[in-house]
Design a protein around this ligand. Structure first.
Ligand code: C6P
Length: 415
């Protein structure tokens, strides 16, 4: 076994996650390898939300009473933590959303409807999650714009020549791509892709749902115009999430949803809008959830994103090496150096759902299906894969447990 050469006390990390110590099947430890779908939550996050409801709960930006001021301070404090975490220039550029999906839909329905005309091209890639396909198809139907997909190579990377050619030859107005594929694990060359897109005057959106939880992100170094992510994949509660947008773009965009907090003045004749980011945060927000996101960021910062990434990289390499020992298992995507902590695989003669069910009986949680990436699965020539995805609390022993359990799957189905 390759032992990690970075300081990382995995037992101390695991002690912070109560759910990892619950027996979901009697006598069998939980091996949680479904982190691409959602991560588990550390005590720091659980306690931050508990403490909010015990001591600080009120609506934000509204009351002039002490409790509302405290809730607003905590909520806006979380925004500052997000700004620092992704190195945005200003907290005005941090719009709170319910997650990646909402962030992409927001950009499509505001920037997209205001800026796209018939024939304009929205350029995406063949490895996108449905959240980065469907909102653009809906926008195309509304505006007459066209969605195109840059192809990928057989080892699951962006075809760089084809991408550059499409940018040169098509009237591309928006480029939108994932930073890490939720199926192949591919880490895309985001900064290079953004530079090429900017050379032809296109605006760039980065889907960072599988990136922000796992690596240090600097939106200014990436030169992202928009970048979206979900809290629930990075130790924070469901319902927390972020749309980062450059201030000049957000300022120029019309609002999406109308209601409380997003207005400057309302009369029976019409309304004017609040400043960013509030212009995009209509209604009572998910207050405790975004405060939980702030606590998750504190937790990740204390661990160190460099160490998180080193741990996951070592584990992904180990997992790919171990899975390569199994001739009846086929792993999709590039090798460990070009990949996030994801291993989607198929098994000869056994459907992915059956694989997942037998693994579950061994206490191992993986996801099976198309992982909300149906077009990519058709390209791969399969309807479904099983997917093990790792996070900061997973261990090398858990990889061994997965490999042993795959032999059980093989025996169960006599393949
Ligand atoms: N992928 C998975 O199991 P939401 O649901 O809004 O938090 O995230 C959507 C999303 C967008 N882009 C990528 C690359 C993603 O991986 C996801 C979520 C989960 O792969 C749930 S489908």
């Amino acid at each position: 076994m390759t032992m990690p050469d970075y300081a990382y006390d995995i037992d101390a990390v695991r002690a912070q996650f109560p759910i990892l110590h619950v027996e979901h099947h009697p006598g069998v430890p939980l091996t949680y390898l479904d982190n691409g779908a959602s991560s588990q939550k550390p005590l720091a996050v659980i306690e931050a939300m508990d403490s909010y409801y015990r001591t600080t709960n009120a609506n934000v930006h509204r009351g002039i009473h002490k409790l509302s001021e405290q809730a607003s301070e905590a909520y806006e404090g979380a925004r500052v933590k997000v700004r620092r975490f992704i190195h945005a220039a200003s907290k005005r550029e941090i719009v709170f959303t319910r997650g990646t999906t909402e962030g992409i839909n927001l950009v499509a329905q505001t920037w997209g409807r205001a800026n796209l005309k018939p024939g304009d091209v929205i350029l995406s890639t063949q490895m996108e999650h449905h959240a980065n396909i469907v909102p653009w198809q809906m926008l195309a139907a509304q505006t007459g714009a066209v969605v195109k997909f840059a192809p990928i190579t057989p080892d699951g990377q962006i075809d760089a020549d084809a991408y550059a050619r499409m940018l040169r030859e098509l009237p591309v107005k928006l480029v939108t791509f994932t930073m890490v594929s939720n199926v192949l694990g591919t880490i895309t060359p985001a900064a290079d892709m953004a530079r090429l897109a900017h050379d032809v005057g296109a605006v760039v959106l980065m889907d960072a749902a599988q990136a922000v939880p796992h690596m240090a992100i600097d939106v200014q170094a990436l030169d992202a115009d928009f970048l979206v992510f979900s809290g629930h994949k990075m130790c924070a509660p469901t319902g927390s999430g972020v749309l980062y947008g450059k201030a000049a773009l957000l300022d120029a965009m019309p609002p999406w949803m109308g209601g409380g907090d997003m207005i400057s003045k309302v009369t029976f004749e019409g309304s004017t809008w609040n400043d960013i980011p509030f212009k995009f945060e209509a209604g009572t927000p998910l207050i405790s959830e975004q405060i939980g996101l702030g606590a998750a960021i504190d937790y990740l910062n204390a661990l160190g994103m460099d160490k998180v990434q080193a741990h996951e990289h070592a584990m992904t390499r180990y997992a790919l090496d171990r899975l390569a020992e199994l001739p009846f298992v086929h792993v999709y995507g590039p090798d460990a150096d070009k990949k996030g902590a994801v291993a989607a695989f198929s098994m000869d003669g056994v459907h992915a759902h059956d694989v997942a069910q037998v693994l579950d009986s061994q206490g191992i949680a993986v996801r099976a299906g198309h992982h909300c990436a149906q077009p990519l699965h058709s390209l791969l020539g399969t309807a479904a894969t099983a997917r093990a995805s790792f996070y900061l609390y997973n261990t090398f022993e858990e990889v061994d447990r997965l490999v042993d359990a795959l032999y059980v799957v093989k025996r169960t189905f006599s393949v």
